[in-house]
Write a protein that binds this ligand. Structure first.
Ligand SMILES: O=C[C@H](O)COP(=O)(O)O
Length: 214
């Protein structure tokens, strides 16, 4: 399983989470990455943890003020990027162009989707992975893998029907090792989570719990 910790814009210490994620990944032999604010990418990458951007813009170098250039996040140490997160929705054409931008910069990609239908559409754009996240469960206390296991299974089927090379992640409310194992049993190969670590009093203990069943 791949566990991607999205720090969103939470008021956590990105370096505390990054060093904890690095150490837990090393100790447990589990792939864990951290996705901080763009301005923290370089500091986070310098800890040695696998580092992802939260978004890249669908543009190239040029007159694009305020954009998040794929090449710039790669230069800062990111090796991948989320796209179309529920809190950063994009037009279909822009997802496609951002995937091209990520490809130019050699970034891995995860395209987020609300439901299995959107998962199928996203998979048709050939990202490395899609992540299904019911918006109503994001930031809550109940994991998608227990609240709505069918959506994870249907997302796995929807992606496979389009492109078997596209991995399927799930997210929303995941906060424990049991949640991660349940997602794995439903066919997900990765977890996208945020509040369970970013809002934890002890991020390292939260990460250790997340990988405890793997
Ligand atoms: O990017 C992460 C997802 O939106 C899930 O967030 P959450 O773990 O706080 O529910």
């Amino acid at each position: 399983m791949f566990i991607l910790v999205n720090l969103k814009a939470y008021p956590c210490d990105p370096l505390e989470v990054a060093t904890a994620a690095r150490d837990v990944a090393d100790d447990a032999g589990v792939r864990i990455a951290v996705s901080p604010q763009a301005s923290h990418l370089s500091q986070v990458a310098d800890t040695g943890v696998e580092t992802w951007a939260q978004h890249v813009s669908p543009n190239e170098h040029g007159s694009n003020t305020g954009s998040t250039l794929a090449e710039a996040v790669a230069d800062a140490g990111a090796v991948g990027t989320l796209l179309n997160h529920s809190e950063k929705r994009m037009k279909l054409a822009d997802i496609d162009a951002s995937l091209d931008a990520a490809d130019r910069a050699n970034l891995e990609t995860i395209v987020c989707a609300n439901n299995p239908t959107q998962v199928g559409a996203a998979a048709a754009l050939s990202p490395d992975a899609v992540a299904v996240e019911p918006p109503e469960l994001i930031g809550g206390d109940v994991s998608v893998s227990t609240a709505d296991p069918g959506i994870v299974e249907d997302a796995v089927d929807a992606a496979a029907a389009v492109d078997e090379n596209v991995d399927v992640f799930c997210g929303a409310g995941v906060s424990s090792g049991d949640d991660v194992v349940a997602a794995q049993d439903l066919g997900a190969t990765g977890i996208l989570l945020a509040s369970g670590v970013a809002k934890a009093d002890d991020p390292k203990a939260a990460l250790e719990d997340l990988v405890s069943g793997l």
